[in-house]
Design a protein around this ligand. Structure first.
Ligand code: NAP
Length: 240
C-alpha cells in the first residue's frame, strides 16, 4: 500500500489530490491547519476511514511539524510520497492589490510570511520526514511550485514575493535533490497548472478535473534520473 502525505489538503489542489489517490489503494496522510474546519476532507475521511487519516499540520509551526511526524508514525513507519502543496498568495490571483506586492507598497513582514510558507516550510517539513522517506519505496518529494517562479519566463512586471518565493523553492528542490539522491529519494518541483481554485481564481485556464489526471501522471512517473528537475503538470520541463 502506497503511503502519501499531502500538506494543505483541505481545499484546492491538495483536496483534489486526496480525492484522486483515494481511488487507489493508498494510505493518505491528509494534513491541514484546522482539521475541525476541514468539512469536505473530513467527509472523505469518514467514507474511507481505513485509508484517509486527517492530521493537523501548520507548515510554519515547528511544534506542529514535530507533532505531525509523531502522529504519522502511529499509522506507518515509512512514506512513499510527500507532497509539499501548502502555499499562499495573499488575496489570490484575482486580488493582487491585497498582496501588498507592488513596488512602493512592499513591506518586510508580509513578504517574509510568503517566503516562510512557500519556500522555507517545504524544506523543514521534508527534513522532518526524511527518516520515514528513507523507509519508503521509490520515495519522492513533490514541491508544488509555480511557473510564476521561472526566472527565464519572467519578462516584465512582477509582484515580487510570490514569484520570488517559488524561485527560492526551486533552488530548495535542487538542494534537497542533491542531499537525498544517495538515499534514492527523488525530489522535484512541479507547476500544477493555472487552476481555478481559491488561489488561481475564476479566470484560471484549467479546472481541477482537467489538471489533476496529468499532474498525478507526472508526479507518479518520475524516476531517480528526474531528481532535481522542474516539471510542468503535463510532464514537460519548465525553464528555471
Ligand atoms: N491554483 C493555481 O493556479 C496554482 C498555480 C501554480 C501553483 N500553485 C500552487 O499550488 C499549491 C496549492 O494551491 P491552490 O491553488 O490549491 O491554493 P488554495 O486553494 O489557496 O489552497 C492553499 C492550501 O494551502 C494551505 N495552507 C496555507 N498556509 C498553510 C500553512 N501555514 N500550513 C498548512 N497549510 C497551509 C491552505 O490551508 P487553509 O485552508 O488553512 O488556508 C490550503 O489548504 C500552492 O503551493 C500554490 O502556490 C497553484
Amino acid at each position: 500500500m502506497r503511503r502519501i502525505l499531502i500538506t494543505g489538503s483541505n481545499r484546492g489542489i491538495g483536496l483534489a489530490l486526496v480525492r484522486h489517490y483515494v481511488q487507489t489503494d493508498a494510505l493518505i496522510l491528509a494534513t491541514c491547519r484546522r482539521p475541525g474546519a476541514a468539512d469536505e476532507l473530513q467527509q472523505l475521511a469518514a467514507q474511507h476511514a481505513d485509508r484517509v487519516k486527517v492530521l493537523q499540520l501548520d507548515v510554519i509551526d515547528a511544534q506542529s511539524i514535530v507533532g505531525c511526524v509523531d502522529e504519522v508514525r502511529q499509522h506507518t513507519d515509512g512514506l512513499d510520497m510527500l507532497v509539499n502543496n501548502a502555499g499562499i498568495l495573499p488575496g489570490g490571483v484575482d486580488d493582487r492589490d491585497a498582496n501588498i506586492s507592488h513596488l512602493g507598497d512592499l513591506e518586510a513582514d508580509a513578504m517574509l510570511q510568503v517566503f516562510r510558507v512557500n519556500s522555507i516550510s517545504p524544506v523543514l517539513v521534508t527534513q522532518a520526514f526524511v527518516p520515514l522517506l528513507r523507509n519508503g519505496t521509490d520515495a519522492r518529494v513533490i514541491n508544488v511550485s509555480s511557473d510564476a517562479g521561472s526566472i527565464t519566463m519572467r519578462s516584465n512586471g512582477c509582484d515580487y514575493s510570490y514569484p520570488a518565493s517559488k524561485a527560492a523553492l526551486n533552488m530548495m528542490t535542487r538542494c534537497l535533490a542533491g542531499d537525498l539522491r544517495a538515499d534514492g529519494i527523488r525530489v522535484i518541483s512541479v507547476h500544477p497548472g493555472f487552476i481555478k481554485t481559491d488561489m488561481g481564481g475564476v479566470n484560471a485556464t484549467l479546472t481541477l478535473d482537467q489538471a489533476i489526471p496529468s499532474l498525478v501522471q507526472t508526479i507518479d512517473g518520475i524516476t531517480l534520473g528526474d531528481t532535481g528537475q522542474f516539471f510542468n503538470w503535463d510532464g514537460k520541463k519548465v525553464d528555471w
